[in-house]
Ligand binder design. Sequence first.
Ligand SMILES: [Zn+2]
Ligand SMILES: [Zn+2]
Length: 607
Amino acid sequence: MSHARAAALASLFAAALLGPGPARAEEPPPTGTHPEVTADDFLARARWLSSPALEGRMSVEPGAFRASQYVADEWARLGLAPAADDGGWFQPFTIDLPRLAPGNLLEVRAGETTRAAEVEQEWNPVAASPSGEVTAPVVFAGYGVADPDRGYDDYAGLDVTGKVVLVVRREPPRPGGFTERATFRRKLSEAATRHAAALLVVNDGATATGGKDPLLHWSETAGMVPGSATIPFAFVSRAVADALLAPAATTVAALETRIGRDAAAKPASFAVTGASVRLRVAFERRRERNARNVAGILVGADPALRDEVVVVGAHHDHVGRGWFGSAAGPAAQGQIHPGADDNASGTAMLLELAEALAKSKDRPRRSVLFLSFSGEELGLLGSRHYVEHPLRPLAQTVAMVNCDMVGRYDPARTLEVGGVGTAVGLQALVEAAAAPYGLKLSYDPQGVAPSDNTSFFLKKIPVLFFFTGIHAEYHTPRDTADRLNAKDAATIGALVLDVTRTLSDRDDRLAFSQPPAKTRGRAALGIVPSPGSDTGGVVVDSVADGGPAAQAGVRPGDVITAIGPTLVRGLRELQQALAAAKPGDRVVVKVLRGGAEQSVEVTLGSR
Ligand SMILES: [Zn+2]
Ligand SMILES: [Zn+2]
């Protein structure tokens, strides 16, 4: 049992004795108790940041603002100087998320009756939907699945041109579970390629059980770029669907039973005579600054070097209640994703590092700029904003040290240190610093990773990325503070502190270098994935010029849904698919582009 677990259990025990009073949610944020990086302070900070009161720290929600305020308050207490343009701590920026606008309308016209269903109560537009309005008759198209392998086609003999297509979530039940054909994305592309006017999806009986009928939230990306669908796309309650089916004297449940399961499944599609829908989808995009980075600086001791800065960074945001970016499936949507490892751990470490350096008797020679980023989970947005609007000149930024998921060290899996190929001598510097600590390290030369160091590397700044690895709780409601390994996190913190000191105290700065293209023979696609795309596919953020994906015609905005035989629903599966392949392999990569699925053949490169 690790120290962390023991401490967590002790605190749970205390909570059990004290009962569920208001104390936990109202607990003030912890200040550091020791100037050194300590396991206790690290854990107290990470636990508060991942507590229910912060609701998963989604960038544009109050929890992320509380987290960023905590970071600023701590830095002020420690004597750092505020480093933002207005002389304050915060660097605000805008996250371009769709937001429900006034005017959404779903009018159910069945027989003689017309009724407006209430948005957010009985139906939701889906984020991928374009804004727009259609009025059209309704066609029930089963599960909206056409599967030649199974000899099953909900669209056989059905004309849906110009119609509103109503389909059931998932697939006819089958042994072995669901396939890619069950995804929202695929249903949308099947309907759009048949020239449907709009698509409505309703929960299947397995999802709507125990009196519950969870409505897909309008902010859910469902693996698609918001606004990228070509036809209006909405999610409706079982009651709304039943109202549309009433003129045919049937219900969704009855039709599911009629279709049946396994090899006996037979489509039961039909045009619902007497039913039509008027659907208006209205999304607007945020224009105001709705997220913020935190910036604090410890001015260097050496007048000749203090204009140069070492950036130490970590993102404080996470995926909130999992409406986007959850790796735990639809059942977890609406639940708080605490993000204790991702990235309360890195934020806690950032605070411990600032404390240790601020309280140290000998100040670093160069300045150390601490940055706590927001918007990371939505696509490295905070760090990208920073490098486009730097608070200290990028030319004088000698290195960027990033901590993202540093709380789950397991000696069997090593501490991964990325970016060691981005400057001459950088790996040797880390190796020398790590020698006293007894940690098992593995090195990756690349500067591109699904975290904020990427933004700095793309500006040709040497980077380091400290990371204790992906785990089963990644991006789920189970990424909780009791699972953190605080004892080893403190050791990692001491190492990062030494590395930061060395970078800031050495006479000369390390020269940037492009990492070697081929070092370990690992297969690579040559894309930067968007980290906020863990639901139903991986959105391509950017494509390396001349790389394998670029040569095959993959474009930014494409959603990768499969690589070879591996269905890709998130970053983890993308990594697994690449780990299973070799450089030089030719693989079929399925991508969704503008609502339609395409296959491209990619010859994998190496990294
Ligand atoms: Zn992270
Ligand atoms: Zn994350």
